[in-house]
Ligand binder design. Structure first.
Ligand code: IVH
Length: 662
């Protein structure tokens, strides 16, 4: 075959393979045998090996990508990925319907199962999948393209010619059967298991090695078009177009004429729940017409044109073996049920919250009782009630302790207040949570400092605040059980490394109430230093868009507390970075879009991305005409070619370092 013929054959093979792939994985009705399919794939692979320049990223041979990643690039969602407003009973659904009708008149609905998996977005340009990302915090997610490509029901190329450019959203899930099998095998090997299919899905798509992802039986349902170059009038039509383009749509999606019918259908779905090979935790009710959807609009959190109906939680009975008392980060004492392990839909539960002592008393739950336990979605399992009919003999009640179970301080229980607190800010239990939070992945990310190490450090009196971590000596650590020369050094190294973490991580790690990751980033980029932040007045904080009054007040309280100021001074003296180099006003790379391709020599991708972001730039995963800089490392990919074609500014590593002042 000459090259032209090879090209033609390759195209033919790809079309055929894509077609059979679609029949098999999306429509579930294969037309050829696995053997025949493998033959086609083998032929394509062999041609592509002979002519590597003909390999394209959307070839069916490219599902399982090469090397593990060092970290994920951040993706800015073109439109915030909102969450859904929830309802828990049918009357609330009727109220939703009233609101909708008041605003836009008569409506039709589409009802779909609410898949309990991990939300993702898929972007197609010119018919080719160019980017897949996680939902993240709704504003920014992680680029997980190579992981999503391993899911066979995600088309690498769209079918037909109708749609070329589109971004869709869907839910990746771990099928229930596969989940049980996976956990069994893991347990046999003594490896960690997932608590439920949702965590399994979310954990799998955030694996750095696409080969591991490929080995898991993930699947997807698509339910939403974010934008496309073709307009649709209704959800129903959009869904049909998505089907035609090769996407996998949930077969239980149904158009419905009014709310009462929708409620009936919610019941049908709830009954079907146990028979499906994926977890669903509710139904989603959507206004069918897109023009009515636009008219209804959205709040800052969720669309006004759709709502979810959450199914009743799943329950089981088991014995309450004991009641433990936990002391939280803020000193609140919480009674916790120690249960005889019981299996509830995909997870074995051995502990559940009893919320607080009032609740315990009101529900009259005693040690030794048979109790009804329920678990719904991502909330902590809870004890619903004790089954009094099964109570035998005299069982012990658990009242409010007089002393903190950890530090023995006299506990505080204010008249009329539910919370029972340990007032001792130095209580080892509280300290432990604070340190754990400070060292956590999203905060200062201190490797090797897990819960049991923190426990040992506290028990041995080696630390009584965060700053003490930085004064630890190797001799100290070596006195702890289980530590050897190397592990002690590793711990010291990671603690030292954390000194240079970004300001936003430090702010988050301080554990100020209501200040999550997003708020911390906002504060860091507004104020650039802890000192400035500590001096801002609450009213000014309230003005910051996206912060909220409660958060502003909590920040004020935090910095008005002497101990916290002392801690910050200590951290500064130790040399922890408490300010950011770039100031908001003069962030030199503000709004500039960067794309990296190929390996960098002197810094890792995550570090390079951080530098860009600190200076106000945006890191994106795909090249387009509004990309400002393309940074090219060793063995660059197709992004390099595209950048050249578009005539973009291309920098090598040295030039990049100069630009960012490294
Ligand atoms: S529509 C505004 N439809 O549930 C968000 N979401 O709790 C648009 N989900 O983030 C969502 N099945 O990840 C929609 N049929 C379905 C869904 C669904 C599962 C997830 C989705 C969303 C979350 C909200």
């Amino acid at each position: 075959m000459n090259k032209k013929e090879v090209k033609k054959r390759i195209k033919k093979l790809r079309d055929e393979i894509n077609y059979h792939n679609f029949k098999y994985y999306v429509e579930n009705s294969p037309v050829i045998s696995d053997y025949e399919f493998d033959q086609l794939l083998k032929e394509l692979e062999s041609l592509e090996t002979q002519f590597p320049d003909l390999v394209t990223p959307d070839s069916p041979t490219q599902r399982v990508g090469g090397e593990p990643l060092e970290g994920f690039t951040t993706v800015e969602h073109k439109k915030a990925m909102l969450s859904l407003d929830n309802t828990y009973n049918y009357d609330e659904l009727r109220e939703f319907d009233e609101r909708v009708k008041k605003n836009v008149g008569e409506v039709e609905y589409v009802v779909e199962p609410k898949i309990d998996g991990a939300g993702v977005a898929l972007l197609y340009e010119n018919g080719t999948l160019v980017r897949g990302s996680t939902r993240g915090d709704g504003i920014r997610g992680d680029d997980i393209t190579s992981n999503l490509k391993t899911i066979r029901s995600i088309p690498l190329r769209l079918r037909g010619k109708k749609i070329k450019n589109i971004e869709v959203r869907g839910e990746v899930y771990f099928p229930t059967e596969g989940f049980e099998k996976y956990n069994k095998e893991q347990a046999k090997k003594g490896e960690p298991v997932f608590v439920n299919p949702r965590n399994a899905a979310a954990g799998s798509i955030r694996q750095l090695d696409p080969r591991i992802v490929a080995s898991r039986p993930l699947n997807i349902f698509i339910y939403y078009i974010l934008f496309s170059d073709k307009d649709f009038q209704t959800q129903e039509k959009a869904i049909n177009a998505l089907k035609e383009a090769g996407f996998r749509i949930n077969p239980l999606t149904k158009k419905i004429s009014n709310i009462e019918e929708a409620i009936k259908y919610c019941k049908v779905l709830e009954e079907k729940r146990e028979t499906l090979n994926y977890d669903i935790d509710g139904a989603v009710i959507k206004v069918n017409s897109f023009s009515q959807q636009r008219e209804l609009g959205e709040t800052s959190k969720h669309p006004r044109w759709e709502i979810s109906y959450k199914f009743a939680a799943k329950q089981a009975t088991t014995r309450l073996n004991d009641i433990d008392i936990q002391v939280g980060r803020t000193g609140t004492l919480t009674p916790v049920a120690v249960l005889e392990p019981v299996y509830i839909s995909g997870a074995t539960i051995s502990g559940a919250t009893l919320h607080n002592f009032d609740e315990l008393k009101r529900k009259d739950i005693r040690i030794g009782d048979m109790v009804l336990v329920e678990r719904s979605g991502d909330v902590i399992p809870q004890v619903v009630k004790s089954i009094k009919e099964k109570r035998k003999g005299k069982l012990k009640k658990k009242g409010i302790p007089k002393k903190c179970p950890v530090c023995r301080s006299k506990i505080v229980h204010k008249e009329g207040e539910v919370a029972v607190r340990c007032p001792n800010r130095m209580c080892p239990a509280r300290l432990k949570w604070r340190i754990k939070y400070y060292a956590s992945r999203d905060a200062m990310d201190v490797d090797h400092l897990g819960e049991s190490t923190i426990d040992k450090l506290i028990e041995n009196d080696l630390i009584d605040n965060i700053a003490d971590l930085y004064n630890l000596k190797k001799e100290d650590i070596l006195t702890l059980e289980g530590f050897k020369e190397k592990s002690a050094q590793n711990l010291l190294d990671s603690i030292k490394e954390s000194k240079n973490q970004s300001l936003s991580r430090l702010i988050y790690g301080l554990g100020i109430r209501h200040v999550g990751k997003y708020a911390a980033q906002l504060l860091a980029s507004q104020y650039n230093s802890i000192d400035k932040l500590a001096k801002v007045d609450i009213e000014e904080l309230k003005e910051i868009h996206g912060l909220g009054d409660k958060t502003a007040e909590a920040i004020g309280t935090f910095f008005a507390t002497e101990e916290n100021i002392e801690l910050i001074n200590k951290l500064k003296n130790i040399g922890i970075k408490t300010h950011e180099v770039a100031r908001t006003e003069d962030m030199p790379l503000k709004g500039k879009k960067f794309v990296f391709t190929g390996g960098l020599q002197s810094l890792s991708r995550p570090d390079a991305s951080d530098v860009v972001k600190q200076k106000g730039g945006i890191v994106s995963s795909s090249v387009s005409k509004d990309t400002d800089y393309v940074i090219v490392g060793e063995k660059p990919g197709s992004k390099f070619e595209k950048a050249k074609k578009l005539g973009l500014t291309i920098l090598d590593e040295e030039e990049f370092k100069k630009l960012v002042g490294k």
